[in-house]
Design a protein around this ligand. Structure first.
Ligand SMILES: *Cc1c(COP(=O)(O)O)cnc(C)c1O
Length: 356
């Protein structure tokens, strides 16, 4: 058995979810598929807080992140950068041939609404990318406040990555005025990797229509045309659609509010433990995300060795820091199906190794 994953993605997948995937194949142009596709919409819309269509794309989150930039930026995109994923989005925007500008803050800091206001006031931009929960640093950007600023610039299409917050925190796409909201399957949704979701506004679709060279596989207009028939542009990863259907039923049963509260409580439990152990949070306490904890290694422990022991003795694994933060930080996920019991087991195991 591989170790149980407490890394912030991919995360642990339940036996029930795997079971849901084991169904005979169906044709993706059949009524049975349309029924499956359409059955996902109410649950996804509720999680995103939107009335807009939620496209399901067979790709990882990066596919949709790239799609949004390709479909929504004609003039210039502002990439708000505060960690590995948001930084990379700048590189990806450029690789898509877009004129892109960086709004960079130090890793561990938030993007402030003031900085966004200053940048957008140049009127140079028609799109902006923002990562809500920056998984590499554990920062939760103040999205409603940032969006209030973005909405003062009607030309700007807002593209938001909610990869590690979607379904773990309350999101209000429509109320906050987000045009494109993106997530992946292998983070808080606790599914295997392989599909990605994009909730897309009318405004963003209008923009897409005016843009040439959108390609095919990631074309919003192709997605829309197929969506109206309960289909996807190309052959989708149907087993993952079954997994998502199962997960949405589970989420509905638990209740959205209960699910958000569970994530919040488990996250607080990890926070309390790290402080009791003499560590600190990497992001400012008031801007820490609720689905994972990025810990500053203030005790200067050999976290790489501790994680090896954790795997060997307990068959659990945490993350030992992303990229340049390796060893200086470590990250513990509380996304998906975790419970008070599973988090307690992990913390107890870590505590044994830390006190040896
Ligand atoms: C994991 C992650 C991604 C990339 O997801 P892939 O599924 O690997 O493409 C993007 N953004 C954030 C915030 C993430 O946590």
């Amino acid at each position: 058995m591989p170790p149980k994953l407490f890394i912030p993605g991919p995360i642990d997948v339940s036996a029930e979810t795997f079971q849901a995937m084991c169904q005979a194949p169906i044709g993706h142009r059949s009524p049975a598929f349309s029924e499956l596709y359409n059955s996902l919409q109410p649950g996804l819309k509720a999680l995103a807080g939107t009335q807009d269509p939620v496209f399901v794309s067979t790709c990882s989150a990066w596919g949709s992140m790239e799609a949004a930039v390709r479909n929504c930026c004609e003039k210039k995109v502002l990439n708000c950068m505060c960690g590995a994923f948001s930084d990379k989005w700048h590189d990806v925007s450029r690789r898509c041939g877009k004129d892109a500008e960086a709004l960079q803050v130090e890793w561990g800091q938030i993007i402030t609404p003031e900085k966004v206001h200053k940048a957008l006031s140049t009127n140079a931009f028609d799109a902006i990318t923002i990562v809500h929960s920056e998984t590499s640093t554990g920062v939760l950007n103040p999205l409603p406040e940032i969006m209030e600023v973005v909405r003062q610039f009607p030309e700007v299409i807002s593209i938001v990555d909610t990869v590690s917050s979607f379904s773990g925190m309350k999101l209000e796409k429509d109320a906050w005025g987000i045009d494109v909201m993106i997530t992946g399957s292998q983070k808080a949704l606790a599914l295997p990797p392989g599909i990605s979701l994009m909730a897309v506004s009318e405004r963003a679709l209008e923009r897409a229509k005016s843009i040439s060279q959108r390609g095919y596989s990631f074309d919003f207009i192709e997605f829309l045309k197929n969506h109206e028939k309960g289909m996807t542009p190309a052959t989708p990863a149907i087993p993952l659609f079954y997994a998502l259907q199962h997960k949405l039923q589970e989420i509905d049963k638990e209740g959205l509010q209960n699910r958000f509260e569970r994530h919040s409580k488990l996250n607080q439990k990890v926070h309390d433990w790290i402080y009791a152990q003499g560590f600190e949070l990497f992001p400012p306490k008031e801007h820490a995300t609720k689905t994972l904890t990025c810990v500053r290694n203030t005790r200067d422990i050999d976290i790489i060795k501790i994680n090896q022991e954790l795997i060997k003795r307990y068959n659990f694994t945490i993350d030992v820091g992303y990229g340049k933060l390796r060893g200086q930080t470590f990250r513990i996920s509380n996304m998906g199906d975790e419970t008070d019991k599973t988090i307690q087991e992990l913390l107890d195991s870590l505590e044994v190794l830390l006190t040896e």
